[in-house]
Design a protein around this ligand. Structure first.
Ligand code: HEM
Length: 241
């Protein structure tokens, strides 16, 4: 077992989890402690905590903010399909992390493969629109392209593993279970370039996540325009006769 393989399969996962957990909690804590005394729900706004919760949940599930401006239907479809595929892929991957594998995880195995194939379509669309349209190119920076290229690379190396360069998934599971139980076992790390690349890129994604725009997965729950609600009478103005 090479030095690089043991680093990626034994040491890096613990560094990754530490950076991810500390970074994630730090970002959430920073948002949670920002003072925002002025209520700024977006018109027509919600007027109770229950309606705020419903609004956040609907926005998260349906990506309604992307539909706010006419003509964004393709962007909406691309983003929504990407997120659903990502979720299905993660559900399929849960078989590496759970023992025994629950039947509901088994139910996602086939659809997870299709999601792995389909996810490249919205990802390539999200990348191309930034490259093709001058206004989007102008507001795109390195971090935008990096996140998309990283996700494309993770999905592509996963598909190579699935269809062209198989590894023994029992070893993958033994490796993951060893990491989870703090008894890493270097001898079961698949000695495969594509597996090590896939696993490394996933860890890179986790390490940059708290410090990147992908952190919107936590930030959406702290967005003032979504979570604030009008307190009755707080925005009425007394007009002198
Ligand atoms: C600890 C995390 C992960 C591990 C250990 C892992 C491992 C693997 C392995 C071993 C395969 C080949 C499966 C087979 O031969 O049947 C695979 C496939 C794949 N992986 Fe991952 N992966 C991880 C995370 C991810 C993530 C975050 C994505 C997100 C895009 C992803 C996307 C894919 C895709 C699209 C495939 C091909 C379809 C499939 O077999 O599911 N993987 N992964």
């Amino acid at each position: 077992m090479g030095v690089i393989a043991s680093f990626i399969g034994v040491y890096l996962p613990y560094i990754t989890i530490t950076i991810f957990t500390v970074g994630f909690i730090y970002r959430l804590a920073a948002w949670a402690t920002i003072r925002s005394p002025v209520k700024i729900p977006v018109f027509p706004g919600q007027d109770s905590p229950g309606k705020s919760i419903a609004r956040v949940l609907l926005d998260v599930a349906l990506f309604r903010s992307l539909l706010r401006f006419p003509g964004n239907y393709i962007l909406w479809a691309g983003s929504w399909i990407f997120h659903i595929c990502f979720l299905l892929i993660l559900l399929r991957h849960l078989r590496y992390f759970l023992y025994p594998v629950p039947s509901w995880v088994m139910a996602f195995q086939t659809v997870g493969i299709y999601a792995g194939l389909l996810i490249l379509v919205p990802l390539l669309y999200l990348l191309l629109r930034r490259l093709v349209f001058a206004d989007l190119r102008f507001i795109s920076n390195f971090a935008d392209y990096f996140a998309l290229l990283l996700l494309i690379s993770i999905a592509s190396t996963g598909l190579i593993l699935k269809f062209f360069s198989r590894v023994y998934v029992f070893d993958v599971k033994t490796m993951i279970m060893g990491l989870i139980t703090l008894q890493p076992n270097p001898s079961v790390i698949p000695d495969s370039f594509w597996f090590l690349t896939h696993f490394f890129l996933v860890q890179l994604l986790l390490m940059i996540l708290p410090f990147s725009k992908i952190m919107h997965l936590g930030g959406v729950f702290f967005s003032p325009t979504r979570i604030h609600y009008f307190e009755k009478g707080s925005h009425s103005i007394e007009v002198e006769e």
